[in-house]
Design a protein around this ligand. Structure first.
Ligand code: CP
Length: 307
């Protein structure tokens, strides 16, 4: 693929290839000298129209570990603030001959729009409420690390499903890999029609979703996509859909807890759960670097890394 925009566009073999390449890339990250010449001479532009800590930093580190030249652009300090359109910005950046543009944008589908108009590769670092494919792959890698497989697992996804690009990529990826997904959230945060996807059960209570789950993925309320008035408000939300030591007991005894970050402690996740031994939040972040290395490698035309 020239671009990686959405896991819904990848088949099972392609998802497995990204996961296995990331597994191989991890070896580089554990060395004393964390750098290989694989993408030497390539230029990567990280173009972020929305805030990011994990994704932008790990794409930059991933590019540098593969010896690419990486450049970061934040929209708030770019000429986008002077009214330049996304297409003009992208065409001007392309005139500088980058090989890959990694972009985060608030508009769902912005990457498809650019993909048809630019010849360089585009990787989606999150587009509105549509997809966040690198997060989806790193979530699958983290689950596979724990269980050695993805098929047959009960995975609960709890929270603001409607506005979550992470949920959309997790659902697209995990259902292809044979996991059984159980979704729970307030009715205002459950997208209509999601139950029609194969292997997805929409639950009316959090208990139904996390009962005997192998994996519990908690989501942040995407307030930036909902306006000022939250229904339910954060207090009500936390009461019915927050994960705490008591309701975590409903999941399997050795279940793992995941969250894409940033966490709103005390809302979707109690501090105790966020920091407990079952929490794999920082393992997700660690895996994010290897997954982004794998994505940069594959859009550059790489074959499977075997050593
Ligand atoms: N999970 C995630 O996308 O985090 P950032 O918004 O910090 O990149």
């Amino acid at each position: 693929h020239k671009d990686i925009i959405a896991l819904k566009d990848l088949n099972k073999d392609e998802i497995e290839l990204l996961i296995s390449t990331a597994e191989n890339m991890r070896e580089i990250n554990s060395r004393d000298i964390k750098k290989v010449p694989t993408l030497r001479g390539k230029t990567i532009i990280n173009l972020f129209y929305e805030a990011s800590t994990r994704t932008r930093t790990s794409f930059e580190i991933a590019g540098k570990r593969l010896s690419a030249d990486t450049v970061n652009i934040t929209a708030s300090t770019s000429s986008a603030t002077k009214g330049e359109t996304l297409l003009d910005t992208a065409r001007n950046l392309e005139a500088m001959k980058p090989d890959i543009v990694v972009m985060r944008h608030a508009v769902s589908g912005a990457h498809y729009y650019l993909s048809k108009r630019l010849s360089c590769s585009i990787i989606n670092a999150g587009d509105g409420a549509h997809e966040h494919p690198s997060q989806g792959i790193l979530d699958m890698l983290t689950i596979k690390d724990r269980y050695g497989r993805l098929d047959g697992l009960k995975v609960a996804i709890v929270g603001d499903i409607t506005h979550s690009r992470v949920a959309r990529s997790d659902i697209a990826g995990l259902t292809k890999m044979g996991s059984h997904l159980y979704l729970a959230g307030p009715p205002t945060m459950l997208p209509p029609g999601v139950e029609r996807l194969g292997n997805v059960t929409v639950c009316t209570t959090m208990k139904e979703a996390i009962q005997d789950a192998d994996v519990v993925i908690m989501l942040r309320i995407q307030q930036e996509r909902q306006g000022k008035t939250l229904i339910p408000n954060t207090r009500e939300y936390s009461r019915y859909f927050g994960l705490n030591p008591e309701n975590l007991k409903w999941a399997k005894p050795d279940a793992i807890v995941m969250h894409p970050g940033p966490i709103n402690r005390g809302v979707e996740l109690s501090s105790y759960v966020a920091d407990c031994a079952k929490s794999h939040v920082l393992k997700q972040v660690e895996n994010g670097v290897a997954v982004r290395m794998a994505m940069l490698y594959h859009v550059s035309g790489g074959a499977v890394v075997t050593e």
